[in-house]
Design a protein around this ligand. Structure first.
Ligand code: MSP
Length: 632
């Protein structure tokens, strides 16, 4: 059986986990889940980096020993991984005795091979970053990485002769285009390696200056440099934490890291492995950073996002979904509650949630929630559903999570449209269309089965819930076996409709009126309202002065409408109208709706229209009237 080994960085225990840590770990979780579903043996490793100066300092400031401090801090990470449904197979701590033994074994081997030597060393030391810089590397006499002051230190130290591997590494990266991804980062690493001589790496710290580390096996006056110790975790874990010890776990398939720690992985770790004559990992992937509402995330701005809080407020799956749908993996992204709520409302509540509830509502109404026998196979639905699997494989192999999600959404959009076009509610009224109705309902519910399976790596809790709603207990076969059209057995009892994702009303509001362009399910009975209810709705004639598509959406347009004053409205009419065709048009706008944000864009009103999808018709005044005229 094929194996799949994926890692996250091991996180420093000097701080509480935040959105950045969650991001990398969920990415690895998606890959691990997908590969398990593909029937591979998976080892998904995460953990904590517990040695070094930063941790020692954090412990001192709390009046604890470094180990006591780490023992406490590690719980925050473990708890968060539970909250986020992280399915790691092991959790490594660099203070594990077994890890320390492997680090010492590696050091001894390199020392005996002549890859590590002792040398006097003079340089500029940045205490917070725990590293030396040469005079040339300093920027304005300060640390080029963090901009803080440095101090000149001279001491004897042990060096790993990394410079020997400059050429072999350049060669390796050139010959293996997928070793470092994304490509822009690969080019940066190559640029760095080819533009200057690669120095040797100081891998020890005198014990008297920094006692908190793994002693060098050949000189106990020194401890190991924290990065040298930490990087080895990826290998040491295969020796004592991996499941199925009979599997050859090394080399890893993917090391997922943030862009800030790419050099340590691409250069230090790669050359360490070369010196050890060990194979290099298949891929190192550097993802981008999250800012928060346009600003760098930092304690001093008070804008550090606590994933526990986000999950408490919005649920785990919306958070997981948002992080991987919002920006391509590799690029930087911006987190805001507005953007998150926009995604929940448009993608999860409207597209996915609506599809599930309307399908199950119809089954309840027309077949007593029993899956009907179809009278034929809808070839297009079958082709689309089955065709997603190879696309998922291709995209996830390159860690293109966003594209993978897009593929699944194509099926969701298709099924919503399929229901709109086939109008099961109309078929149900005509006895001669009974067979057709069965086929349409079967197609919708079978499509949902594919969606549940495909979504599982991304939003496992929702996927499992949906799968149960469809009458299954758990995924019992491999993805390849399950992704065959016709898996849903006629006669299966499915559950009644449930709301998967309630629409979120932005904090201060009670905007319960649906935005224009969002799908509205037929409900049958019309509720009678009083005149005073109606008169609460303020409508005006407006002229469209600006129109453009909302990035990433086929349906949504951002319009600026002159209703006496200018208001911005997000309207779901983009499948019928092009932005250009709307400029100058008169429309009717509901102007006193509580604003909501859709896909990151604020909508301050609603435009009246009828029809749906490609057949939307705007309601306009019969003759030109001045913008701002009240509609009654
Ligand atoms: N201990 C080292 C890693 C050793 S791996 C052998 C370390 N730890 S860390 O806790 O500081 O950071 C871990 C990860 O969090 C890094 O991949 C980093 O890129 C990521 N992030 C920290 N802030 C981030 C954002 N604002 N956005 C996205 N990821 C960010 O480095």
């Amino acid at each position: 059986m094929e194996k799949f080994y994926v890692t996250t960085p091991i996180y420093y225990v000097n701080d509480l986990p935040h959105i950045g840590h969650a991001y990398t770990t969920i990415a690895a979780d998606i890959l691990a889940r997908f590969n398990r579903l593909m029937g591979r043996r998976v080892f998904f490793l995460t953990g904590t980096d517990e040695h070094g100066q930063k941790v020692q300092k954090a412990a001192e400031s709390r009046g604890l020993s470094p180990k006591e401090h780490a023992d406490r801090m590690v719980l925050n990470f473990k708890r968060l991984w539970k909250t986020l449904n992280i399915s790691n197979d092991a959790f490594i701590r660099t203070t594990d005795e077994a890890h320390k033994a492997v680090v010492q074994e590696v050091l001894q081997k390199l020392y005996e091979k002549g890859e590590i030597v002792k040398r006097p060393y003079k340089g500029w030391y940045c205490t917070p970053d725990e590293r030396f810089w040469t005079t040339k590397e300093l920027e304005d006499g300060k640390c080029p990485e963090c901009g803080r002051p440095v101090e000149e230190l001279e001491e004897e130290n042990y060096f790993f002769l990394m410079s020997r591997y400059q050429e072999p590494l350049i060669d390796y990266i050139r010959k293996n285009p997928e070793y470092i991804l994304p490509e822009t980062r690969r080019n940066e690493v190559l640029g760095f390696l080819t533009s200057r001589p690669l120095g040797d790496l100081c891998i020890s710290r005198p014990r008297k200056r920094l006692p908190w580390g793994i002693p060098l096996p050949f000189d106990d006056g020194f401890v190991t440099y924290v990065w040298f110790d930490a990087l080895i975790n990826y290998y040491s874990a295969t020796r004592y934490l991996a499941p199925d010890r009979d599997v050859q776990w090394w080399p890893a398939d993917h090391h997922i890291v943030g862009k800030d720690i790419l050099t340590t992985h691409a250069v230090y770790w790669s050359t360490m492995l070369m010196a050890l004559d060990m194979p290099l990992p298949r891929n190192i992937f550097a993802h981008g950073w999250w800012t928060v509402e346009g600003r760098k995330m930092s304690k001093s701005f008070g804008n550090v996002v606590d994933p526990e809080k986000v999950v408490e407020e919005y649920g785990v799956d919306p958070f997981r979904y948002f992080l991987f749908r919002e920006v391509p993996f590799g690029s930087d992204g911006d987190f805001s509650e507005k953007a998150l709520v926009g995604r929940i409302n448009s993608d999860l509540a409207n597209d996915l949630g609506n599809l599930v509830s309307r399908t199950l509502t119809m089954l309840q109404r027309y077949t007593d929630s029993v899956v009907p026998e179809p009278s034929g196979v809808e070839e297009e639905a079958k082709r689309l559903s089955e065709g997603i699997l190879p696309m998922l494989q291709e995209h996830l192999n390159k860690l293109s999570f966003q594209r993978a999600i897009d593929e699944i959404w194509r099926l969701i959009d298709y099924l919503n449209k399929y229901i709109d076009t086939n109008q099961p509610w109309a078929l149900a009224k005509r006895p001669e269309d009974r067979d057709r109705l069965s086929t349409v309902l079967y197609t919708a519910v079978e499509g949902l089965r594919f969606i549940a399976i495909y979504l599982w790596p991304f939003i496992p809790q929702t996927a499992e819930r949906l799968y149960r709603m469809l009458g299954y207990e758990r995924f019992e076969a491999t993805l390849r076996e399950m992704a065959q059209w016709g898996g849903m057995r006629p006669g299966t009892k499915v559950s009644g409709p449930e709301q998967l994702f309630p629409r979120i009303v932005p904090k201060r509001g009670e905007a319960k009126v649906e935005k224009s362009g969002e799908r509205k399910e037929e409900t049958g009975g019309e509720g009678i309202i009083e005149f005073e209810d109606f008169s609460k709705v303020k409508m005006k004639v407006g002229r469209v002065v600006e129109a453009e598509r909302v990035k990433g959406s086929k349906k949504l347009l951002r319009l600026v409408v002159d209703v006496g004053q200018r208001v911005q409205v997000v309207a779901g009419i983009g499948t019928t109208y092009t932005p250009e065709s709307l400029i100058g048009k008169e429309v009717v706008v509901v102007v006193n709706l509580r604003p909501v944000t859709l896909m990151g864009v604020e909508s301050q009103g609603m435009i009246l229209a009828t029809g749906q999808d490609r057949d939307i018709v705007l309601i306009t005044p019969e003759r030109d009237v001045p913008p701002g005229s009240t509609v009654r």
